[in-house]
Design a protein around this ligand. Structure first.
Ligand code: SAM
Length: 222
C-alpha cells in the first residue's frame, strides 16, 4: 500500500523517467487530473492500469474516497496531473497531506516540471529563487505585485496565453519596463520559443499577432 506522485512530460513524450513508467505499469490504480488527456500518454507507453479522475473540482471529496480505497484494498495508487509534477500548480497537495495524516506511505518521483528548465535556461541566478505560480486573477493580484517589487531573488511565474500580454504590461508598471525578463513558451515542444530582454522588448515581441501556447515568465530580481 502506498501513494506515488508521478511527474509526466510537459510536452515532449521522451521526458518521462524509467521509474515513472514502471510505477505507472505496476499501479493498482492511477488517479489522473483528466483521464482523457492521460489516456494518450498511457496508451503511448502501453500502460493498462485502470484510471480514475482527481481534478480541482472534485479533489476534496475524492481524496477521502480514494484514500479509503487505498487503505481498505491495500492499493498502490499513482497520482498524475495533465502535465509536469502533481502539486505544482496542479492537484496533489491535498492527497499528500491527507495520506501523511493517515500514515499511508507517500513518495514523489522527481521528473518534469515547467519552472525548472525555464529558471535554469533564463540565465538569471538560480541558487535562490521564488516560485509564484499563477498570480491571483483579480483579488489580491496588485497586493502580490506590490510585495514582489522588493524581492531580491529571481521570480518565476506561470501564465496563460490569454493573459500574458496584460501581465507583461502590469510587470512594466510594477517593476519598470527596463527590468529584464525571460519569457519561455511551449517548453520541450516543437514550437519552443525563449525570448530574453527587457519587459518592454518582450511586450513589443508579443504584441503583434496571436499568442498561443503555455508560458513561464522568469523575472530578474530587483
Ligand atoms: N504541474 C505543472 C508543472 O509541474 O509545471 C504545471 C501545471 S499548470 C496547470 C500549467 C502551467 O504550467 C501553464 O499555464 C504554463 O504556465 C506552465 N507550463 C506547463 N507546461 C509548459 C510548457 N511546455 N511550456 C511552458 N509553460 C508550461
Amino acid at each position: 500500500m502506498r501513494i506515488t506522485l508521478v511527474a509526466t512530460p510537459i510536452g515532449n513524450l521522451e521526458d518521462i523517467t524509467l521509474r515513472a513508467l514502471r510505477i505507472l505499469r505496476e499501479a493498482s490504480l492511477i488517479a489522473a487530473e483528466d483521464t482523457r488527456t492521460s489516456a494518450k500518454l498511457l496508451s503511448h507507453y502501453d500502460i493498462k492500469a485502470p484510471m480514475t479522475s482527481l481534478h480541482a473540482h472534485n479533489e476534496h471529496a475524492k481524496v477521502k474516497h480514494l484514500l479509503d480505497r487505498v487503505q481498505n484494498e491495500q492499493l498502490n495508487l499513482a497520482v498524475i496531473s495533465d502535465a509536469g509534477t502533481p502539486g505544482i500548480s496542479d492537484p496533489g497537495f491535498l492527497i499528500v497531506r491527507e495520506a501523511i495524516q493517515r500514515g499511508i506511505p507517500v513518495e514523489t518521483l522527481p521528473g518534469p516540471t515547467a519552472f525548472v528548465p525555464a529558471l535554469v535556461n533564463s540565465g538569471f541566478p538560480c541558487d535562490s529563487f521564488v516560485f509564484e505560480g499563477f498570480l491571483p486573477v483579480k483579488k489580491g493580484r496588485q497586493t502580490r505585485l506590490n510585495l514582489l517589487k522588493e524581492e531580491t531573488r529571481t521570480i518565476v511565474f506561470y501564465e496563460s496565453p490569454y493573459r500574458i500580454l496584460k501581465t507583461l504590461e502590469e510587470f512594466a508598471e510594477a517593476f519598470g519596463e527596463e527590468r529584464r525578463i525571460c519569457v519561455c513558451r511551449e517548453l520541450t515542444k516543437l514550437h519552443e520559443e525563449i525570448v530574453r530582454g527587457t519587459i518592454k522588448e518582450t511586450i513589443n515581441h508579443f504584441k503583434n499577432g496571436t499568442i498561443k501556447g503555455e508560458f513561464v515568465l522568469v523575472l530578474q530580481a530587483k
